[in-house]
Design a protein around this ligand. Structure first.
Ligand SMILES: [Mn+2]
Length: 277
């Protein structure tokens, strides 16, 4: 039994299948962890969801910004963009099945696994966790969001795509908490030490605006000893954080880079090159 984590697949189904073959993934014994952005921009979003849905009892997922965009188009009145590659998925008779499946996924997932050095706890998010949010706040905001998304997807997804406050305030109303947390966890790249997020930054770690840095380069109130955090979203990092306990898995497969799959027991990474279609 092993746990394997994959970065942003974005509908790159062929590379995904090659990654599973490379590690000899066994859906009867192993678990798959997906850091979000399962679909969109790549060629085979429908095939990917069909496959994941079939083995759903062995898969852990957190939602990414592209997954939320798909859900907002499906449940709410968000417009499909010209860059989207979701036509086949929307045309499928099983589209609602997959949308209902994704609506039940969290923004933050946590589980303990056994490694060579004892038990370690793995946390998974799509983009990151602002350094000012502590563990209890994250758990509460995650449940608040997940319950709201399940109960009223249309209203909740509208909040996700509202203008989001860049920094958490304890006196936020429920709607502000939903908007803040869903955007922070699925879109953060850089922020200030106090957690103030700058969403407009899209590049790497060079030429950062004054007082800003990658969210993982500030002391975290979320991470403890024996807790590791895996994330995707930021392809420009090419998986490099220079930290042992915060691990980036998006290596830009959909942009012509590679797909990363990592065994969580020993953090060994394997790579599959983009297959041109
Ligand atoms: Mn993303």
């Amino acid at each position: 039994m092993a746990n394997y984590a994959l970065g942003d697949i974005q509908g790159c189904f062929e590379e995904f299948k090659a990654a599973l073959a490379k590690v000899k993934f066994n859906s009867k014994k192993d678990f798959l962890w997906l850091t979000g952005d399962l679909i969109n921009r790549g060629p085979d979003s429908l095939e990917l969801l069909q496959y994941i849905y079939e083995i759903k009892d062995r898969v852990h997922i957190v939602l990414g910004n592209h997954d939320l965009h798909f859900l907002a188009c499906f449940y709410s009145d968000r417009r499909i963009s010209k860059k989207d590659t979701l036509i086949e998925l929307f045309a499928s008779e099983d589209c609602k099945t997959y949308a209902d499946f994704l609506v039940n996924q969290p923004l933050l997932f946590l589980k303990e696994i056994k490694s060579k050095n004892g038990v370690k706890e793995i946390a998974m998010v799509h983009a990151g966790i602002p350094p000012n949010l502590n563990f209890d706040q994250c758990l509460k905001l995650n449940s608040l969001f997940q319950n709201s998304l399940k109960k009223d997807p249309k209203k909740t997804l509208k909040r996700v795509f509202d203008k989001s406050p860049p920094i958490f305030k304890a006196n936020f109303k429920k709607n502000e908490k939903i908007s803040y947390f869903s955007n922070a966890l699925t879109r953060i790249r850089i922020c200030k030490e106090n957690g103030n997020i700058k969403y407009s930054h899209k590049g790497g770690l060079k030429n950062l605006p004054k007082n800003y840095n990658a969210w993982f380069n500030f002391p975290s109130k979320f991470l403890f000893k024996n807790r590791e955090l895996i994330f995707g979203h930021w392809a420009a990092l090419d998986g490099k954080t220079n930290l042992d306990n915060v691990i980036g898995l998006d290596t830009g497969c959909v942009w012509g880079g590679k797909l990363t799959i990592m065994r969580l027991e020993d953090n060994k990474k394997y790579y599959i090159k983009n297959i041109k279609k």
